[in-house]
Design a protein around this ligand. Sequence first.
Ligand SMILES: [Zn+2]
Length: 330
Amino acid sequence: MMSLYPWQQNDWQQLQNYVEQNRVPQALLINGSAGIGKQHLAEKFAYALLCEYPKIDGLSCGECKSCQLLKAGNHPDFMDVQPEEDSKTKKLKTSIGIDQIRTLIEKLALKPQFAQYRVILIHPADTLNNAAANAFLKYLEEPTERTVLILVTHRMNKLPATIKSRCQKFTMIMPDRNLILQWLSQETSNAEIVLNLAQGSPLLAQQYATDEHLTQRRDCFNAWLSIAKQQSHPITVAEQWLKLPETTLLFWVSSWVIDLMRYRHQSAPKNLYHADLKVALSELAQLVNPIKLYAFYDLLLQSRQRIETQINKQVLWEEILIAWASLNRR
Ligand SMILES: [Zn+2]
């Protein structure tokens, strides 16, 4: 089992204090920014609570009966509750439903099978739908013995206040940038670039560190640039972009625009999202009309909301890229 991330030492110590002082909360709500390893920390804590012979640092031993059962995925005192796969579409559902919580509560009515704690992991906790949240709340009013519920979320505002108020809140702070860079540098020579692209999130940056991601971004940037130079047709590019994940693409385009705005205000801006593309970006910034650029940015912000809906993606990209082409027409 993988160890803790280097920036999680303090968090781990805090969790250990609960154990040492024998005051492990019945419901623990781990929150903080996306992509900093909350889920990982929650799992480590769950395994440690279930382990019969934890190591000196409090982590699970990996060898006892309990650890073996966890590895095999059939520990009777551990449950991992998350949105299930839809049997028809084979896609993950967007919420944790009432049936899942009912099954959970039925199991919790029985006694734990081992001498240690029983641990329930619920993530992302903000996906509990209304009915599920209400059923869950009833349980929280009268929780069963030796049972620890660990809820994980990066969207605290989506969680009902009634649930939040019944949990012990545990906030993971954003890790120190230098610590993340040091860790990322072991995997990639582009640590700075990918961390900026991931907006500071280490795990997302790690995902972006693949060559494929960076090559794809560069290809898209070149296509976007060639529309600006009237060398490519927006409709053709829109068709190619249809195959790519729209959230990532939309972030790329928005952050290229933000970098252009930065160049409009300063000759050598710091903290660019795309420092490796700065030559092309600074040249382009000289040519664009700033007022039109802000209007274009507004369109991107609206599009960010629209991709959450059932909008036709082809239409969306055509609209964005045609606007981009006309912005650059001189
Ligand atoms: Zn163990």
